[in-house]
Design a protein around this ligand. Structure first.
Ligand code: HEC
Ligand code: HEC
Ligand code: HEC
Ligand code: HEC
Ligand code: HEC
Length: 430
C-alpha cells in the first residue's frame, strides 16, 4: 500500500450512500469513459424509448392494469425494485437516476434465478462487482471480483440472459436470445469456441477502469452495447451509436448468389449464413424486427425480376409476400389472429437465420424461378428495420404513439450480404 500512501485521493470522500450509488451520474467523476459509453446505450434509453412507453401504455389499457410492473421490471428495473412505479405509466415523472438500467443495478447482482423475466438477485452491500480481481481501493465503494461479471466465464451470460429472454403471461417464450445462444457451440466450454454475451457485445480495449490516483492501465470493456436500436428522441451519442450499429451489422450475414439453368428453367439461388451473431438473427424482440432480401435480375438494363424492393414508409410484410424472403417473428393471439399485443400472444412463427449449431454455420438457400428469362446480371442484399411501420402504425392507431415516429426508424443495409452475379449461365449444381 506504499504507492497509495504516496498518492492518496486529494480529498477522501465518504462511501457513497444508496441514493448516490443508484445514480449513474455519481460514477461519472471517476469512471468517465464507462459513463459516456453507457449514457448513449439502449440500457440508458430503455424507459425513455417512446415506443416502449407507447406499448406499455397500450398493454396497461388492454389488460386493465393487470400487466403491472411486467414491462418496467426489465426496462426500468431500479424504479420497479424501489416500487417507485406500479405500471410505468408515470415513468416520465421519475428522476433520471432510476429510469435506465443503471450501473449499480448491474454491478450489485450476486445471483441469477430464472433465466427469463429478470430473475436477477442483488446484494444489499453496495459492493461494486466486476471482473477486476485486484481493484485499487477507493473510498467511494468497495470492489469485488465476480464471475457473473467476467466475460471469460460462461455464467456471465446468465446475467445478461435473465433480462434478454421474455416469457409472456400465457407462458409463451417471446424473446429467446439466451435460449438461442445456449443451444450454440459458443455456450459449450469444451467446444474450443466459447463466446459469452460479453465477449461479443463488450469490446475490450486498454484504458483505465477509473481515473482515480493509483488506478493503472488495464483491459477495460466498452459499455455502449450497440446492436439494432437507435434512440428515436434526442439522446446522447446518437450518431456514434448509429455508426457502431452499422459496423456490427455489416459482417453479420454472408451471402452467395448463383444464377443457373435446370429442368425448371433459369434459377436464381441465394445462400445466406449468419456468421457473426451468437444466436439467431435477428434475435430478441424479433416480433418487431424485420430483416429481408432485396434481389433483382437484369438483362442489360432491362429489369427481369425483383423482390424485396420495399419503399421507405411501407411495411416489409404489407404487399404480396410470396416471393419475399424475410426474417423475424410473428405472434398470434388465442384466436389465431396475428397481433402486436405481446400480452395476448399464445403462439409465434419464427423465420430467423439460426446461430452456429454443431461446428458449422447454418446455410439456408432460397431459389427464385425465372422461367425462360436469361439474365446477364443479378444482385442481392439483406436489409434490416429494428421496428417496422405496421407495428408503429398499430400504436399510432391506438392513440399511444405520435405519428411523427412512423418514419423515424432507419433501414440498415448489411454490407457483407451485398452480392452481384454476372456470368454465363451454366447448369445448376445438384
Ligand atoms: C471516487 C472515485 C470513484 C467513484 C465515485 C466510483 N468509483 Fe468505481 N472504482 C474506483 C476505483 C479507483 C476503482 C478500481 C479501479 C482499478 O483498480 O483499476 C473502481 C472500480 C470499480 C469497479 C470494478 C470492480 C471490480 O473489482 O471489478 C466497478 C464495477 C465500479 N468501480 C463501479 C462503480 C459505480 C457503479 C460507481 C457509481 C455508483 C462508482 N464505481 C463510483 C473509483 C470510484
Ligand atoms: C436489467 C435487465 C438487463 C440486463 C441485466 C441486461 N440487459 Fe441488455 N437490454 C435490456 C433492455 C430492456 C434493452 C432494450 C432497451 C430498449 O431498446 O429500449 C437492452 C438492450 C441491449 C442491447 C441493445 C439491443 C438493440 O436491439 O439495440 C444489447 C446489445 C444488450 N442489451 C446486451 C446486453 C448484455 C451483453 C448484457 C450483459 C452484460 C445485458 N444486455 C444485460 C435489459 C437488460
Ligand atoms: C448491463 C449491465 C451493466 C451496466 C448497466 C453497466 N455495467 Fe459496468 N460492467 C458490466 C460487465 C458485465 C462488466 C465486466 C466485463 C468483463 O470484464 O467481462 C463491467 C465492467 C465494468 C468496470 C470494470 C472495468 C471494465 O471495463 O471491465 C467498471 C469500472 C464498470 N463496469 C463501471 C460501470 C459504470 C460506471 C456504469 C454506468 C455508467 C456501468 N458499469 C454500467 C456490466 C454493466
Ligand atoms: C459470437 C458473438 C455473439 C455472442 C456470443 C452473442 N452475440 Fe448478440 N449479437 C451478435 C451479433 C454479430 C449481432 C448482430 C449485429 C448487431 O445487431 O449488433 C448480435 C445481436 C444481438 C442483439 C440485437 C438482436 C436483435 O436482432 O434485435 C441482442 C439484444 C444481443 N445480440 C444480445 C446478446 C446476448 C444477451 C447474448 C448472450 C446470451 C449474446 N447477444 C451473445 C454477436 C453475438
Ligand atoms: C425480461 C425482460 C423484459 C421484459 C419483461 C420486457 N422487455 Fe422489452 N425488451 C427487453 C430486451 C432485452 C429488449 C431488447 C431486445 C432486442 O434488442 O432484440 C427489449 C426490447 C423492447 C422493445 C423494442 C426496442 C425498442 O427500442 O423499441 C420494445 C418496444 C419493448 N421491449 C417493450 C416492452 C414492453 C411494452 C414490455 C411489456 C409488455 C416489455 N418490453 C417487456 C426486455 C424485456
Amino acid at each position: 500500500m506504499f504507492l497509495l500512501a504516496c498518492a492518496p485521493d486529494p480529498e477522501p470522500e465518504p462511501p457513497l450512500t444508496e441514493e448516490q450509488a443508484l445514480d449513474p451520474v455519481t460514477c461519472a467523476g471517476c469512471h468517465p469513459d464507462h459513463y459516456d459509453q453507457w449514457q448513449g446505450s439502449m440500457h440508458a434509453y430503455s424507459s425513455y424509448d417512446p415506443v416502449f412507453i407507447a406499448l406499455n401504455a397500450a398493454g396497461q389499457e388492454a389488460t386493465g392494469g393487470a400487466l403491472g410492473t411486467f414491462c418496467v421490471d426489465c426496462h426500468a428495473p431500479t424504479a420497479a425494485q424501489m416500487e417507485l412505479t406500479a405500471d410505468g405509466l408515470d415513468i416520465d415523472s421519475l428522476p433520471a437516476s432510476v429510469r435506465g438500467i443503471g450501473c449499480t443495478y448491474c454491478h450489485t447482482v450476486d445471483r441469477v434465478g430464472d433465466m427469463f423475466n429478470n430473475g436477477l438477485g442483488h446484494a444489499s452491500d453496495l459492493v461494486q462487482r466486476g471482473s477486476v480481481s485486484d481493484p485499487v481501493p477507493t473510498a467511494a465503494h468497495e470492489s469485488a471480483y465476480s464471475p457473473l461479471h467476467d466475460r471469460t466465464e460462461l455464467q456471465s451470460s446468465d446475467l445478461c440472459g435473465s433480462c434478454h429472454d421474455v416469457v409472456v403471461p400465457s407462458g409463451m417464450q417471446l424473446e429467446r436470445t439466451w435460449v438461442e445462444w445456449n443451444a450454440t457451440q459458443y455456450a459449450t466450454a469444451t467446444s474450443g469456441i466459447q463466446q459469452t454475451c460479453g465477449n461479443c457485445h463488450m469490446d475490450g480495449y486498454d484504458g483505465r477502469a477509473a481515473i482515480s490516483d493509483g488506478a493503472p492501465e488495464r483491459r477495460v470493456h466498452d459499455h455502449s452495447f450497440p446492436a439494432v436500436d437507435t434512440a428515436l428522441i434526442e439522446f446522447p451519442g446518437r450518431e456514434a451509436q448509429a455508426e457502431m450499429i452499422q459496423e456490427r451489422l455489416d459482417p453479420t450475414v454472408l451471402a452467395d448468389l448463383l444464377v443457373c439453368a435446370s429442368e425448371n428453367g433459369v434459377e436464381m439461388r441465394l445462400r445466406l449464413e449468419n456468421v457473426a451473431a451468437g444466436h439467431s438473427w435477428p434475435s430478441g424482440a424479433a416480433q418487431h424486427r424485420r430483416g429481408w432480401v432485396e434481389i433483382a435480375a437484369y438483362q442489360g438494363d432491362t429489369l427481369l425480376f425483383e423482390s424485396g424492393n420495399v419503399p421507405e414508409g411501407e411495411a416489409v410484410l404489407s404487399g404480396d409476400t410470396d416471393e419475399l424472403w424475410w426474417f423475424g417473428d410473428r405472434i398470434f393471439d388465442a384466436d389465431g389472429n396475428e397481433t402486436h399485443a405481446a400480452w395476448d400472444a399464445v403462439s409465434y412463427e419464427s423465420n430467423l437465420l439460426l446461430g452456429l449449431d454443431g461446428q458449422d454455420y447454418n446455410h439456408v438457400t432460397r431459389t427464385w424461378y425465372l422461367g425462360e428469362a436469361v439474365p446477364t446480371r443479378a444482385e442481392a442484399i439483406v436489409h434490416l428495420r429494428a421496428l417496422d411501420v405496421d407495428f408503429l402504425q398499430w400504436l399510432v392507431d391506438r392513440g399511444h404513439l405520435d405519428p411523427g415516429y412512423l418514419t423515424a426508424v432507419p433501414t440498415w443495409d448489411l454490407a457483407a450480404s451485398a452480392v452481384t452475379w454476372s456470368d454465363i449461365i451454366g447448369r445448376c449444381p445438384e
